[in-house]
Design a protein around this ligand. Structure first.
Ligand code: OSB
Ligand code: MG
Length: 341
């Protein structure tokens, strides 16, 4: 696992983080990557709210990078925004095709959709039906992407993408699990004349070496998330080195985490952004912590920090045992960061 990058400034004292932490548990509208509630810590930092929300099964070493990101965003000024609004994609979970119109209705004005495929327990036929439903609902000029979360072997990906390509795909995100598989798939598709670009997500954000993808020509573009990469500054450094087009995305964050993603997207050098960003996912949550939730309007989010909603923080407050679990996780991740300082 890559070493977590530290904020430029010294770590705030642990007691300060403890006092600043609000633990919430928010139901999702649809099951998404196996979860139906999203737990997150919202820190009220000196520069604004910051989110710490590694998925519960993530180990401390990986999660400590998410903590570094929260400390950067709540305790330091982000890189100056070069744009004030960011186009976002609709995110379509692995729902039955007949539910696609209802999901898309939560993303009014989005001209790009990202569709989850290769869900465990489903068949290629389910993916085909879902992608067809999205294409039919959005029209011929929309951008449609798929995200397999590493769920296909090279053979399965080649078959699936050859079958899905006629629907017109913007790209396929993490079709296979490893960098070597992505590289093999990419050259196989090119040789077969299948016009589908490959994007790397997990191979960047969960990798020992986030630049291996770029070096080995395994992808046409990279999906970059601020929290898992340790914050906006480390993410910008990786993007600078990778020299590949970028889509900024989120991890089913509350509006607070989304605002960090927006600031990352807004700081990208001109020409690096490869299309609409995966930052519209507050629409998939059944609640939020902001007075002004980061729900896209006409397919766009404005670049800003949200204002916390005290009532919502209370309403979605986690149970005392989950609160204790998160505070202990913060302590362990903090110790991991401090040990590297
Ligand atoms: O990119 C998007 O459209 C939304 C974010 C998303 O898909 C996601 C959310 C949580 C965990 C993993 C992923 C992912 O991109 O794989
Ligand atoms: Mg992804």
């Amino acid at each position: 696992m890559a070493t977590a990058q530290l904020p430029e400034s010294p770590l705030p004292p642990l007691a300060e983080l403890h006092d600043a932490a609000r633990v919430v548990s928010i139901p999702t509208r649809t099951r998404f990557r196996g979860i139906s509630t999203r737990e997150a810590v919202i820190f009220v930092g000196p520069l604004g709210a910051a989110e710490f929300s590694p998925f519960v099964e993530y180990a401390d070493d990986e999660s400590s990078r998410w903590l570094a990101a929260a400390l950067e965003y709540g305790w330091a000024e982000p890189a100056p925004p070069l744009r004030s609004a960011i186009d976002v994609n609709a995110t379509v979970p692995a729902v039955p095709a007949k539910q696609v119109p209802a999901v898309l209705a939560r993303f009014p004005g989005c001209r790009t959709a990202k569709v989850k495929v290769a869900e465990r327990g489903q068949e290629l036929a389910d993916d085909i039906a879902r992608v067809r439903a999205v294409r039919e609902a959005m029209g011929a000029d929309a951008f449609v992407r798929v995200d397999a979360n590493g769920g296909w072997s090279v053979d399965a990906a080649a078959e699936a993408l050859t079958t899905l390509a006629p629907f017109g795909l913007d790209y396929a995100e993490q079709p296979c699990a490893t960098v070597a598989e992505l590289a093999e798939l990419r050259s196989r598709l090119t040789r077969a004349g299948v016009p589908v670009r490959i994007a790397a997500d997990e191979s960047v954000r969960k990798a020992e070496d986030p630049l291996a993808v770029a070096r080995s020509g395994a992808a046409d573009l990279i999906v970059v998330k601020a929290q898992p990469l340790g914050g906006i500054a480390p993410a910008l450094a990786i993007i600078e080195e990778a020299q590949l087009p970028v889509i900024v995305s989120s991890a089913l964050d509350t509006s607070v985490g989304i605002s960090m993603g927006l600031h990352l997207a807004a700081a990208l050098p001109a020409g690096m952004l490869a299309g609409a960003c995966g930052l519209g996912t507050v629409a998939l949550l059944a609640g939020d912590v902001a007075q002004d939730p980061m729900i896209p309007v006409k397919g766009v989010l404005s670049v800003r920090r949200p204002t916390l909603d005290e009532g919502a923080l209370e309403r979605f407050r986690a149970t005392p045992d989950r609160e204790r679990w998160w505070l202990e996780r913060i302590e362990r991740c903090y110790a991991a960061l401090a040990a590297r300082a």
